[in-house]
Design a protein around this ligand. Structure first.
Ligand SMILES: [Zn+2]
Length: 338
């Protein structure tokens, strides 16, 4: 089960009811904001359509997490998970658009029988990227669809898809993901500390794409977390704050994310060393010394100070004062530790 599908319980329930009823339309359009998990859900739905145990679909798929759309154990499901299913075809963008050549290969595929499952499923991600020519070719297929073929389109911009195409699709709306689902995703799939996951999720407007972008900002060369942390120790907080408060609000946010990642990593390392010793395991008479506890405290305090700074910036406090306080705090924590 793709983790992202949690947070989309309503459309998942609809798709599950469709699978269970056995009344499958030829084409579905999953529409929702960017980063709401459409591509992941399209894949799960395709898995359900192709699943060899789907005829036995009943509540047994639903026990446990309650949102399984397929058995997840048959050959078909395994192949979908391994990206080796010959009857699941992904139609993707070349550059910024889905060209007619994609439609040509689609037409060719439609003419052959499925290999593993009873049907063939085409996923067309970002269907708004279909060129007019490609959309026309698709329309021809949707007008007289072969019985064994299903299309799953996804889009975050329904208005850019020809109405003639949409009218032949059953439309399934997705909403922006709840922050908690995004936080869980960052924490479980990307190993981001849970506090930081929640903070990023709160800023992500329900979009996983945006959350991952925010996360990546911490690693970008524009803001070098370790270097910045080093500068805070060795520089005047006032001068540094003057420099950083000139950044625009997005860059100010990047600075905080970079610092937060840096101190979260330091905290994780300090916790490991405190619990297991510098070399992995304590000898019989070795025990953590006071320094280990200090390192934990320093990094934890720094993280809390960064969170306060973010809240203050979010409340439109003066950026210079926010940064100045933050840098002075961090400097003080580190000096006290030494
Ligand atoms: Zn299956």
């Amino acid at each position: 089960m793709n983790y992202l599908v949690s947070g989309q319980e309503v459309p998942v329930k609809i798709l599950k009811a469709i699978l269970r009823s056995g009344r499958i339309a030829h084409a579905y359009l999953l529409k929702g904001p960017a980063g709401s998990g459409k591509a992941a859900l399209a894949r799960e739905f395709a898995k359900g359509l192709l699943c060899l145990n789907q005829s036995r679909a009943d509540d047994s798929f639903g026990t446990g997490d309650g949102i399984k759309l397929a058995c997840n154990v048959c050959e078909s499901c395994t192949r979908v998970d391994n990206h080796t299913h010959p009857d699941l075809l992904m139609i993707e963008k070349e550059g910024t658009s889905i060209r007619i050549s994609a439609s040509h290969s689609m037409i060719k595929e439609v003419l052959t029988r499925p290999f593993v499952s009873k049907r063939k499923v085409f996923i067309i991600d970002d269907a708004e990227a279909l060129t007019a020519e490609a959309a026309n070719a698709l329309l021809k297929l949707l007008e007289e669809p072969p019985a064994h073929v299903n299309f799953i389109l996804t889009t975050s911009n329904e208005s850019a898809i020809p109405a003639t195409v949409i009218s032949r699709c059953q439309v399934i709306p997705l909403r922006a993901l709840p922050a908690e689902a995004i936080a869980g995703y960052l924490h479980q799939i990307h190993n981001v500390p849970i506090e930081l996951s929640r903070e990023i999720a709160a800023l992500s407007d329900g979009s996983v794409h945006k959350a991952l972008w925010l996360l990546s900002q911490g690693d970008q060369e524009g803001v070098d977390g370790p270097a910045l942390a080093g500068r805070i120790v060795g520089s005047s907080p006032v001068e540094l704050a003057q420099e950083y408060s000139k950044a625009d609000s997005q860059d100010r946010h990047r600075i905080l994310v970079a610092l937060e990642l840096e101190f979260a990593q330091k905290l994780a390392k300090a916790a490991m060393e405190y619990n297991y010793g510098e070399h992995g395991a304590y000898g019989e008479h070795e025990r953590p010394d006071a320094g280990g506890a200090d390192a934990l405290k320093t990094n934890f305090q720094a993280l809390k100070a960064i969170m306060r700074a973010r809240q203050r910036l979010g409340a439109n406090a003066n950026p210079f004062l926010v940064f100045c306080t933050l840098f002075m705090d961090i400097q003080r924590f580190i000096t006290e530790e030494i």
